[in-house]
Design a protein around this ligand. Structure first.
Ligand code: SF4
Length: 114
């Protein structure tokens, strides 16, 4: 696949934003490694692959955790997208944190809205 110079610049900017988001979530500088390290472990009884440095950090990254529409304890009152992701995750043994969402609603006014 060939990218135009504009697409390369947009992708580089996107990667920088991801690094900033993860740095905020981990509360320390994070750089997407050029050499990635993947490993396998048992998750809910199934062997899954994971990026080593991101393993177990999905809740720190996922926007749903700070969203007023997220009610995982009550599926009927939960966000439709979050419910759909849950079904997808269960069906295919995935972990899918939300990094961007058009319907996000910040529930804690103490958290900074940029
Ligand atoms: S609106 Fe977006 S951020 Fe909020 S719970 Fe739904 S998917 Fe997550």
């Amino acid at each position: 696949m060939f990218l135009t110079e504009k697409e390369k610049a947009e992708f580089a900017a996107y990667l920088r934003r991801i690094q900033e988001d993860i740095s905020l979530a981990f509360k320390k500088p994070y750089h997407i490694p050029t050499e990635k390290c993947y490993s396998q472990y048992l998750h809910h009884g199934r062997k899954v692959w994971v990026r080593e440095e991101l393993k177990g950090h999905h809740r720190e990254i996922c926007m749903c955790m700070e969203c007023s529409k997220f009610h995982p304890e009550s599926r009927e009152n939960n966000c439709l997208v979050a419910n759909a992701l849950y079904v997808l995750d269960m069906k295919f043994d995935l972990v899918t944190p939300v990094w961007e969402c058009p319907d996000f609603d910040l529930k804690d006014p103490q958290i900074k809205e940029g």
